[in-house]
Design a protein around this ligand. Structure first.
Ligand code: NAP
Length: 290
């Protein structure tokens, strides 16, 4: 029987692209989704070897139901691709506990939980491949996406530790850390912001979903690969250097906050009111620091 592959978060974006590419190669794919029922149904209609399953992977019981369904029907899971994720950006100082829990549960707990549920089958068969989609932000950090970066760094830590723990059971564990990829996740960037981001990328283009699916194909395909515990960073060159500066907007309005210079771009500079520390202005490119 052909390889059975579970992809979490496969209704849209990178996960969907991976599902389609792997289905075209003849694998049996189970495309997990949560909210995008219609999009998942489209996939099922288009590919006879794509099965779909609705489960919120941040909830243990739903993950258990999904894994049981797959094992009952296909008897095994050869490859698990932990792709589902969400991003919420904002100032760290304004982040709520609710946001923390939501981001950590959807990006990190989901990987812990899904991997645990799938592992008993892989360990029993002494065979398996786990690919986690982390993010470049987990490696280099990201202003205004601290919690997301924490979650993704956690995914990378889990990847490396599990690779050591599971290597003796012939299970390979790797992660792919994409830079910015053209999906709904980045839909809220303006055209100008996208242009600025491009300036920071050596190839001066936003990544494509196929950049990631190709990498997944390689990790799955090569029967002889011994790759494990890798973090494969995809197209980036972001080196964030914290550079605290003092700015003055007008009399009495002085602030010190986190001024990150990513290449030539001030990433975020907030001007706070001297006494209240209320944010009175977030600097834009071209604003002058006095
Ligand atoms: P996307 O276009 O927003 O798609 C997210 C997918 O995840 C959707 O299919 C969504 O399913 C699913 N999902 C989210 N929460 C879920 C949950 N609790 N249970 C099940 N499915 C869930 O995002 P994307 O850009 O393809 O991102 C995919 C992965 O790549 C994420 O882990 C993301 O962090 C990572 N990544 C993306 C970029 C980028 O620039 N795009 C860069 C680095 C890393 P429903 O719609 O059905 O709910």
């Amino acid at each position: 029987m052909e390889k059975v592959i579970l992809i979490t978060g496969a209704s849209r974006g990178i996960g969907r692209e991976i599902a389609e590419k792997l289905a075209q190669k003849g694998y049996q794919v189970i495309a997990n989704y949560n909210k995008s029922e219609e999009k998942a149904q489209e996939l099922k209609k288009e590919y006879s070897n794509i099965d779909i399953y609705k489960a919120d992977v941040s909830k243990r019981q739903e993950v258990q139901g999904m894994v049981k369904y797959i094992i009952d029907k296909y008897k095994k899971i050869d490859v698990l691709i932990n792709n589902a994720g969400i991003s919420i950006s904002g100032l760290f100082t304004e982040a709520t506990d609710e946001e923390w829990n939501k981001i950590i549960n959807n990006n990190l707990y989901s990987v812990f939980c899904t991997t645990q549920e799938v592992l008993s089958n892989m360990i029993m068969r002494k065979k398996g491949c786990i690919i986690n989609i982390s993010s470049i932000w987990g490696l280099v950090g990201s202003s205004c996406e601290t919690i997301y970066s924490v979650a993704k760094a956690g995914v990378d830590g889990m990847t490396k530790s599990l690779a050591k723990e599971l290597g003796p059971s012939n299970i390979r564990v790797n992660s792919i850390a994409p830079g910015i990829i053209d999906t709904d996740m980045n839909a809220n960037y303006t055209v100008e912001e996208i242009e600025e981001i491009k300036e920071e990328i050596p190839l001066e283009r936003i990544g494509k979903k196929t950049d990631i699916s190709k990498c997944v194909e390689w990790l799955i395909d090569d029967e002889y690969t011994t790759t494990s515990a890798s973090d494969i960073p995809e197209q980036y060159e972001l080196v964030a250097e914290p550079d605290n500066k003092e700015g003055k907007m007008a009399k009495e309005q002085i602030v010190v906050t986190y001024y990150y210079q990513i290449k030539k771009r001030p990433y975020i500079v907030n001007y706070l009111e001297k006494d209240t520390e209320k944010v009175i202005h977030t600097a834009k490119k071209g604003d002058e620091l006095v």
